[in-house]
Design a protein around this ligand. Structure first.
Ligand code: CS2
Length: 493
């Protein structure tokens, strides 16, 4: 049995060229960042950039991770003094023991501790990976004041449950105590994530105290940001292989591809970790990077998640290795997505999309389609619908985008008919829509487009799009999706 990975045993981690450990004085590094939602992606991406900045330049940039509900991460990592291993599984394989996460709290159990940490003068930054649904937004991007979590928090603001509620309560405490505000940095796949988070926080604060809203508006920076690194969830084989590699028992390592990118808007108050020195790009044009990533990588991911699942594939690698699916997503990218947005001047969109598809073909990454398929009602709003809207407005093709969206429709319809679980914030809404079990594709399309939290009038009133969606559903139901090329050819004819 391996020694347990912890601070005491850190010096005994295997001394191999492919294994590295913290190079800074971890025990005397204070917490300067609070992160809401310390899931796998945070631990693979932001925490690693911060680790590398600490290794290079030091500073009090330790991270306090705050899980809004689940205690699992806190309880498992507490046994390891919050140390864990990042396994980079790509052409080259390496293992880095990460020490940046100094503390893990559970908001639902430790509300006071969380507010205390967030309102401490030493906390300069609050970052978030709470997924699209965590922003509690309405279809128009504003804060959904009817959202259960928001209603609950507005009724009891000193004991919040939502990320928005915690941010505002902490800022209120800082203002009362004469402590300067922190920066708030979203690290989610949400278009205009900083702007949307700022609007939601100000909408929420305004419900409580116009003076607080004004203070936040004038003192808090909410930079937009794009984040990218393919990070499958940790599985049993990950724990076994990583523990063997580092010669220590690590009960919650994180696996990731080698590629990683973080682009942050030049909109900042005060200090930050030396991220720029370890590869983070600070720029005025985040939107171009964000649209390129969401519309290419994430749209192709979601397309494969639904189409590939319907065809019986399990992983991104498996479905992308299929010639028909490879050609489908390549055609979707080159003919309908590229050209729908203005990429940053330094980005060649064609090469970028080809690189993305090559990343999907990483044989060392087992990325489950089922994981990507989660929360589809939220993800399609960032990944597929904006491109459809832009293409309709520009008179560009939407044939393959409609097929992509129809694959989500059919994925949901088949789950409802089979009674299998749907992991989605509006799962109960979908389950209470009998039209989704209809054999009439027109009825199914109209039913999906009637969901106002997802689709606006642009979709409901566009006859061409509705016809394309109906034709796509018919092709999926009558054709053999394993032979996706036939379906693509038929719809493109
Ligand atoms: C994936 C993303 O699970 C999903 O929805 O599309 O997590 C994707 O792996 C990352 O955005 C890649 O940067």
């Amino acid at each position: 049995m391996n020694l347990a990975l912890n601070q005491l045993n850190l010096s005994q981690v295997a001394s191999k060229t492919e294994v590295s450990v913290p190079q800074y004085d971890r025990e005397n590094t204070e917490i300067g960042i609070v992160h809401l939602g310390p899931g796998a992606f945070h631990r693979a991406h932001q925490a690693v950039y911060t680790e590398n900045a600490l290794n290079l330049s030091g500073g009090n940039w330790g991270i306090c991770g705050v899980s809004l509900r689940s205690a699992t991460a806190r309880d498992v990592l507490a046994e390891q003094n919050n140390l864990y291993t990042l396994a980079i599984l790509d052409k080259n394989i390496s293992y880095q023991v990460i020490g940046a996460v100094k503390e893990l709290l559970v908001a639902s159990e430790q509300t006071h501790e969380v507010i205390t940490r967030m309102s401490a003068a030493s906390t300069k930054l609050v970052t978030l990976t709470i997924t699209e649904k965590g922003y509690c937004l309405a279809a128009d991007g504003s804060l959904d004041l009817n959202h259960n979590d928001i209603k609950l928090d507005l009724a009891n603001p000193s004991a919040p449950t939502s990320a928005i509620g915690f941010i505002v309560e902490a800022l209120k405490t800082r203002q009362l105590n004469g402590i300067s505000a922190f920066n708030v940095l979203s690290c989610d796949n949400v278009s205009g994530n900083g702007d949307k988070l700022r609007r939601a926080v100000l909408d929420y604060a305004n419900q409580l105290d116009a003076n607080l809203k004004s203070w936040i508006k004038n003192n808090v920076a909410f930079p937009n940001a794009m984040v990218d690194s393919i990070t499958p969830k940790t599985e049993d084989y990950t724990i076994e292989s990583v523990s063997k590699a580092i010669g220590m028992q690590d009960n919650w390592p994180i696996q990731r591809e080698e590629f990683t990118q973080w682009v942050i808007e030049n909109n900042w108050q005060g200090e930050r970790p030396n991220w720029a020195a370890v590869g983070v790009i600070f720029t005025d044009d985040v939107e171009g990077f964000e649209k390129a990533k969401l519309r290419l990588l994430n749209c192709l991911h979601s397309t494969l998640a639904y189409a590939g699942s319907l065809a019986g594939f399990e992983t991104v690698f498996d479905v992308t290795s299929d010639k028909g699916f490879y050609q489908f997503i390549s055609k979707l990218a080159s003919e309908e997505i590229i050209g729908s947005f203005n990429p940053p001047k330094e980005l060649n969109a064609e090469l970028y999309s080809k690189d993305i598809i090559q990343r999907f073909l990483n044989p060392n990454i087992r990325h489950l389609l089922a994981q990507i398929a989660f929360d589809g009602s939220q993800k399609i709003q960032m990944r597929i619908l904006p491109t459809i809207e832009d293409n309709l407005r520009l008179g560009r093709s939407t044939t393959l985008l409609a097929l992509s969206l129809a694959c989500w429709f059919e994925f949901i319809c088949q789950a409802l008919k089979s009674g299998s679980e749907i992991v989605d914030p509006i799962a109960s809404t979908l389950a209470n829509m009998p039209q989704l079990k209809s054999n009439d594709v027109i009825e199914v399309v109209e039913a999906f487009l009637s969901i106002e939290s997802i689709f606006d009038q642009t979709f409901r009133s566009n006859t061409q799009l509705k016809t394309q969606l109906a034709n796509s559903l018919t092709a999926l139901r009558l054709g053999d999706i394993k032979n996706i090329s036939n379906i693509v050819d038929k719809l493109s004819a």
